[in-house]
Design a protein around this ligand. Structure first.
Ligand SMILES: *Cc1c(COP(=O)(O)O)cnc(C)c1O
Length: 347
């Protein structure tokens, strides 16, 4: 065992999708698989969710959509959240992708480059990030609605905070802008699904909840990450560990060096805050997190372990994220390319 072993439970992802579908009754449940399914592998996650019944998949970019099309085959609908960017037309056409047009310029580009090709529209209802704003909507609607958009979407800025009045304000504006269009609508990502049935509309777009992350607190964990022990040293009080000698041993100590570091998505900011686990026993990481290696105090373990868990039953992605001062999304999407990956729970 040389590099970390990352195990991805496709059955848990499928159960999370089912659980989110039950929370949005009456709506179709899509799946957001942008950024390679949040780092977990769109070529594996996409087909697993398609077999479970997902029919609409969201990616960020056309190139991601084309790769997903190869994995999914011709059936499912694939929509691009960045819309129709300059140069996207060949990929959109060849891979049969549906762009969510997000500016008046994209609308013009799409009708010029791919007349008759299916499209959706993305509205900005207050996040001020991506989408056609209320000011432009009247003119765009007159031009675009007669051409039959397949979906109108918007995105909530604060859905991870149920009490935030921004949620209701965005909901009201979305309703107002889309009333009477007769076009299927989608507003809710994971957080929006949890806000209740008012937010579900015709199609939901869960991402992080599928992968076991907050704000879906009831999600099943999906990942296990074990870092192999490469070396063990017994140190005397006064000796130091790692770059800049930031950790000084104060008792006779056994320090294990595990394979895994910031190049593997374990942030350097974890130094001094990271715990690895051997079964049920916590082992504090000591010293700096370096590019490929982390040093861990295993003095209190009965023997020398083969590997220590960075993600597992005692430490999920959000706990690890909290230790690093970030969010589960960032831990997921940063997961290293060097891990030996294995998938369980294939249908
Ligand atoms: C990323 C994204 C989603 C999925 O969000 P989660 O919080 O991961 O469920 C849905 N819609 C849009 C527009 C997004 O950018």
């Amino acid at each position: 065992m040389q590099t970390g072993a990352l195990s991805i439970d496709l059955a848990a992802i499928r159960r999370n999708w089912r659980a989110l579908a039950r929370l949005g009754p009456g709506a179709e449940t899509g799946a957001v698989v942008k950024a390679d399914a949040y780092g977990l592998g769109a070529a594996e996650v996409g087909p697993a969710l398609a077999r479970e019944g997902a029919r609409s998949f969201f990616v960020a970019h056309a190139a991601e959509g084309a790769a997903l099309r190869r994995a999914l085959g011709p059936g499912p609908r694939i929509l691009t959240l960045t819309g129709h960017l300059e140069g996207d037309a060949p990929l959109l056409r060849e891979a049969g992708l549906v762009p969510l047009l997000s500016t008046p310029g994209q609308v013009a580009r799409h009708f010029a480059a791919l007349p008759g090709h299916p499209f959706g529209l993305q509205l900005d209802t207050g996040m001020n990030r991506m989408g056609i704003g209320p000011d432009d909507w009247r003119a765009v609607a007159m031009q675009a609605l007669p051409r039959g958009p397949v979906l109108i979407t918007s995105h909530l800025a604060s859905s991870d905070r149920p009490g935030d009045p921004m949620n209701a304000a965005q909901l009201a504006l979305f309703r107002e802008l889309t009333a009477g269009t007769g076009v299927p609508r989608s507003l809710a990502a994971t957080g929006g699904i949890l806000l209740g049935a008012d937010y579900a509309f015709d199609l939901t777009r869960p991402g992080v909840g599928l992968y076991g992350g907050l704000p879906f607190a009831a999600a099943e964990p999906v990942l296990h990450l074990a870092l192999p022990v490469l070396q063990v040293r017994d140190l005397a009080p006064g000796e130091t560990v790692g770059y800049d000698a930031t950790f000084t041993v104060t008792r006779p100590s056994r320090i294990a060096t595990v394979a895994g570091g910031y190049a593997d998505g374990l942030p350097r900011a974890l130094a001094g805050r990271l715990t690895l686990w051997h079964g049920d026993r916590p082992c504090p990481a000591v010293g700096r997190v370096s590019m490929d290696l982390i040093t861990v105090d295993v003095t209190d373990l009965p023997g020398v372990p083969d590997a220590l868990d960075a993600i597992g039953p005692h430490q999920g992605i959000d706990a690890l994220a909290a230790s690093a001062g970030t969010i589960g999304y960032e831990i997921l999407t940063a997961l290293g390319r060097r891990y030996r990956r294995s998938y369980t729970g294939q249908a």
